[in-house]
Design a protein around this ligand. Structure first.
Ligand code: GLY
Length: 554
């Protein structure tokens, strides 16, 4: 479908594809300042990995609701020189004193507020270790140089946008509760109005400490002591030993194939790649290109239902639990597709079991002129994470512990239930849905990903299907979204983009439609034409991000 996209770029949009210069680069992120930070570092001679360090740190400053130094995530990397793909796992880790029943009360009931709000909800952060590793092992520039834009933003401040104020309002009760959070993110204890300049001098100081001392600048010494002291003072269980023992892990990404394209995606502790490749293997049994929209959606929903069922049944941190190795096999995909009724919805109760987590998070995509690329999805989990800033550090802590299953059968914040493979244990990493992904064949490449909790995987799946169908970058990020995650047994559809007639057609097949009151996701993608190097990039119209394709000055 490469030719279709080329034609569409030429005629549908009135755009003339040109032979790209060898100095062309693309950066797409959730915030214009983060995109500018990435471009700035590329202009200074950095590669995509240096730019990823700059963007990660900038997002930590200007999009605190989504990710930050107090959070974690996954950086999917392609190094042009070695032609190798690798996933940098900077997922949070449960502290050493964590236990399977830590969020249960005396009656054995799950107390969700404790896995969502305040420092007891926080895992040991991975983002600081991730950026140090990325800079040291993959970058060209000194860490200090790549962190400079973020430090500047933290000192000079950024203007709060609509997303910031919406999310701060949503998390106001918990942000108000802690003095350092109030001071950093609110104004007189209330949500600041859009346009208010948010300065974060303590965060600038912590970024400086990392710039000067590398990993030790966060996980040891003064910053570490302040973090542990603040956490313990407010009921948390972190120790200095927990911080000191945190390491990023290098993982082999999940690989799959669909319609002649190779898929490279996140592996455990993210479920993203496994669930998506599982769904694509099921869909390989059908000819989606030659089918009407209702039939296509029906098949995609049924594949989602079965793939998410496997997520809830089997997946957790593979360093702690055994994971079946057949989940992404072509044969297993065929077995599952054989159970799909081509006309009627299969009730989830007929394919049996459980599921998922968080809502905010962030994604960015970068491609440099050498062909190095990064797809990174990073998170503090719920908007503004745990809502707790550790006094004297400027670091907002995550609430990623809620991504574990607090107890078998207990629903998490999204009404979903968990399982044994994802039970809490010391030093274990909670199961994630973050799905940074590359899709490519000899003609073209897609770098994709999005935030959005359990819906991340289905959104990325839809973006892959649209890419394979030949849609442009703009059309892919703007496409209306639908989601099935096995339980609850319903198809969640966005508030715009679906006609009554289309929804009725799905209802007639037995699908339970849950029309959401809003849209979701914030996808940032890059497409490269491998024949002439032309780049196109797009940021989700639902968000405030910016996608930039530019030619670097020689
Ligand atoms: N907290 C979102 C995720 O990891 O999937």
């Amino acid at each position: 479908m490469y030719l279709l996209r080329l034609l569409c770029l030429s005629f549908c949009l009135g755009f003339n594809p040109v032979w790209a210069s060898e100095h062309d680069v693309a950066v797409a992120t959730a915030h214009p300042l983060a995109t500018q930070a990435g471009i700035e570092i590329l202009q200074q001679g950095g590669n995509a990995f240096d730019a990823a360090v700059a963007v990660t740190a900038a997002l930590a400053v200007v999009e605190p609701a989504g990710s930050g130094l107090g959070g974690g995530g996954f950086w999917l990397l392609h190094q042009a020189e070695t032609n190798k793909d690798i996933m940098l796992d900077g997922r949070e880790m449960a502290p050493g004193k964590a236990s399977a029943d830590m969020y249960l009360n005396k009656q054995g009931e799950f107390e969700q507020s404790r896995s969502l709000n305040g420092p007891l909800a926080a895992g040991i952060p991975g983002v600081p270790a991730g950026i140090v590793y990325l800079s040291k092992h993959y970058g060209k520039l000194p860490l200090k140089q790549s962190l400079a834009p973020a430090i500047r933003y933290a000192l000079e401040g950024f203007a709060a946008g609509q997303h910031y104020t919406d999310m701060a309002r949503f998390r106001l009760p918990v942000l108000k509760q802690y003095a350092a959070s109030r001071q950093q993110f609110l104004k007189d204890g209330q949500v600041p109005s859009a346009g208010t300049i948010i300065k974060q001098p303590d965060l600038a100081n912590t970024l400086n400490s990392i710039a000067e001392q590398g990993k030790a600048g966060f996980y040891q010494g003064e910053i570490a002591e302040r973090l542990v002291q603040a956490v313990q003072q407010h009921g948390g269980i972190w120790t200095l030993d927990d911080l000191q023992r945190y390491e990023v892990k290098l993982r082999q990404p999940i690989k799959g194939h669909y319609q002649g394209y190779t898929i490279t995606s996140a592996t455990l502790p993210s479920s993203g790649g496994i669930v998506m490749v599982n769904a694509l293997n099921q869909l390989s049994a059908f000819d989606l290109a030659d089918t009407d929209i209702t039939q296509k959606r029906h098949l995609v929903i049924e594949a989602m239902r079965r793939a998410y069922r496997d997520r809830s049944r089997f997946l957790g941190d593979a360093d702690f639990v055994a994971i079946p190795d057949y989940l992404t096999s072509v044969d297993y995909g065929k077995q599952l597709s054989d159970t799909i009724d081509p006309v009627h919805a299969t009730p989830s109760s007929d394919v049996a079991d459980k599921a998922i987590e968080g809502e905010d998070t962030t994604h960015f995509s970068i491609l440099d002129s050498q062909g190095n690329r990064v797809a990174a999805t990073l998170s503090v989990n719920y908007p503004f994470g745990s809502g707790f800033v550790a006094q004297g550090t400027g670091v907002l802590l995550n609430d990623e512990m809620d991504d574990f299953s607090a107890s078998s059968g207990a629903a998490n914040v999204y009404g979903l239930v968990g399982n044994e493979a994802n039970a809490i244990a010391p030093y274990k990493r909670p199961l994630s849905s973050m799905t940074p992904t590359f899709v490519e064949n000899d003609d073209e490449l897609l770098i994709t990903g999005t935030p959005g909790g359990s819906r991340i995987i289905s959104m990325v799946l839809l973006s892959v299907l649209d890419f394979v169908e030949g849609k442009t970058a703009q059309a892919i990020v703007a496409a209306p979204r639908y989601h099935h995650q096995y339980l609850p047994d319903e198809v969640q559809v966005e508030s715009v983009g679906f006609s009554e007639q289309e929804l009725n057609a799905l209802k007639q097949r037995g699908h339970h439609i849950n029309p959401l009151s809003r849209q979701y996701g914030d996808m940032h993608i890059i497409i490269q034409d491998k024949h002439n190097g032309t780049l196109s990039a797009a940021s989700d119209p639902r968000g405030e991000g910016q996608a930039t394709v530019t030619t670097l000055k020689k």
